[in-house]
Ligand binder design. Structure first.
Ligand SMILES: *Cc1c(COP(=O)(O)O)cnc(C)c1O
Length: 461
């Protein structure tokens, strides 16, 4: 350790009185400035102790570093990032990007008073779900609809209100855990319902359901195996057969659909993902799905089905605890209107990203690579595969393109870290010792930002 260097560290009071500080920290509270100076000096002290510096920086540069430190602290914690992972519904990055009109609807509802629970025609209290119910019914063919905070809440509500104290029959192949701690068996237990597993992991027959029905049975439930597939010799029972068996025995047929797409994903070359219309047509009584997965809207748990059951759900005390807020409701209505007006493929970013062809992605990657090349950074378009994400369609990868960025000065890991720590953070991935930015989830308008961040990263070395 260099003792004279330690003595050279300026005093907090000297720095606080300096004119450079007054000038730089003009737009910040004095307490923030003092705290930042203290932290900067502490960092310097540690650097001297560890032998990381050989000369004391000037007072001006210490103040400038403190200012950068204060600015970093003042920025919001929840902020935008550039998603270069190619995972369209990235749960950690906020799942669906909502349509522009949904953003406008949120701003409008947030800013002032609204018709949230007010019926203008009669001048009296209205229903919170009225803004989305008709839209959902006409889009899905269901009799009735409502929404709660998210699909996990929707499942909890449906089971609590319709099956509590009884048994629910579920196929063993559908006992899923979805992200973290959402497990069907545990959810059921917490709702006061008893799970009755039938069939085996790979095969379930209609007779398995029939034989499991007792006096205690309340419902037959189907859970969409969103995030995994059992492949090989498998057999599942059709929804129609499940609905018929349920109704013959006076039971409710419930489906947790998970992603809940309103468009046929075959359009994008994605096979075997049901649409919300499938269970409704097959006679399901209650169907729930997420608002922010393939629907491409805000986080919500949408519940559709027979009026008789939805009415029970609307009155259940849990509904109040899981109540959908006005901002979400505004965004959800606007998103559903895109479908109702048949503008979904242009207006909904999730669908737009999924619809991007391999050729379009190749050209997009080449444009980004060219922009990086012009800034003196080596980059090229490479073929990759993207994921839908959000636990949806696990087995099917989408043909895609990424930009591989190469530098002699940094390892791919160092480049990844530098870009992740830039503002806004750029989230890429490393594959086969290459740093990759998948372009499907990046907007053209973000290209310049990526180029300048990459330049800065390389220049710093
Ligand atoms: C994603 C998912 C859920 C949970 O939905 P959230 O909206 O994230 O709460 C429940 N069930 C299935 C089958 C899912 O895929």
């Amino acid at each position: 350790m260099n003792k004279s260097l330690l003595r050279d560290i300026p005093k907090v009071d000297d720095l606080i009185r300096s004119s450079a500080l007054a000038y730089l920290f003009e737009d910040m509270p004095r307490a923030t400035a003092i705290e930042a100076i203290r932290e900067e000096l502490e960092a310097l002290r540690r650097a001297v102790f560890s032998g990381d510096i050989e000369a004391m920086p000037s007072q001006k540069s210490i103040i400038e570093n403190a200012y950068e430190r204060a600015k970093l602290k003042a920025r919001p914690s929840l902020r935008g990032v550039i998603n270069g992972t190619g995972v369209v519904l990235h749960t950690n990055l906020g799942r669906a990007c909502i349509p522009a009109e949904a953003v406008a609807a949120i701003v409008n509802a947030a800013r002032g008073y609204s018709t949230l629970e007010y019926d203008v025609a009669s001048g009296s209290r209205g229903e919170r779900y009225s803004h989305i119910e008709k839209l959902l019914c006409s889009l899905t063919g269901a009799e009735s609809a409502m929404a709660v905070n998210n699909n996990a809440a929707a499942v909890l509500l449906v089971l609590s209100a319709l099956t509590s104290g009884g048994e629910v029959i579920v196929s063993r192949g559908e006992l899923v855990e979805i992200g973290g701690s959402f497990r069907v068996p545990e959810i059921m237990e917490s709702c006061g319902a008893k799970l009755k597993e039938v069939g085996t992991t790979n095969k379930t027959h209609i007779s398995d359901y029939e034989n499991a029905i007792t006096e205690q049975t309340r419902a037959i439930m189907k859970v969409h195996t969103s995030n995994y597939r059992i492949v090989g010799f498998t057999e599942t029972v059709s929804r129609q057969a499940m609905a018929e068996t349920a109704h013959k025995n006076g039971l409710v047929f419930i489906e947790d659909l998970g992603s809940g797409s309103l468009v046929d994903l075959n359009l994008f070359g994605i096979r075997e993902e049901p649409t919300v219309l499938d269970p409704v047509r097959a006679g399901a009584d209650v169907v729930s799905f997420s608002g922010d997965k393939l629907l491409g809207g805000p986080q919500a748990g949408i519940i559709i089905g027979k009026k008789k059951y939805i009415d029970i759900l609307k009155k259940h005390p849990l509904t109040r605890a899981m109540r959908i807020d006005k901002l979400t409701l505004a965004a959800l209505e606007a998103t559903l209107r895109c479908y109702a007006e048949n503008r979904q493929l242009e207006a909904i970013p999730t669908l737009r990203m999924l619809a991007c062809s391999e050729q379009e992605l190749k050209e997009k990657a080449e444009r980004l690579a060219a922009m990086l090349n012009e800034s003196g950074i080596r980059a090229e378009a490479v073929a990759v595969e993207d994921q839908v994400g959000g636990g949806s369609v696990p087995m099917q990868l989408l043909k895609a393109y990424a930009v591989a960025v190469y530098t002699d000065k940094l390892t791919p890991e160092q480049l990844e870290k530098k870009l992740r720590l830039s503002e806004p953070p750029i989230i890429g991935r490393i594959d086969h010792d290459r740093y990759l930015l998948h372009v499907r989830t990046i907007e053209q308008a973000q290209f310049e930002c990526i180029a300048s961040a990459a330049c800065a990263a390389v220049a710093e070395g």
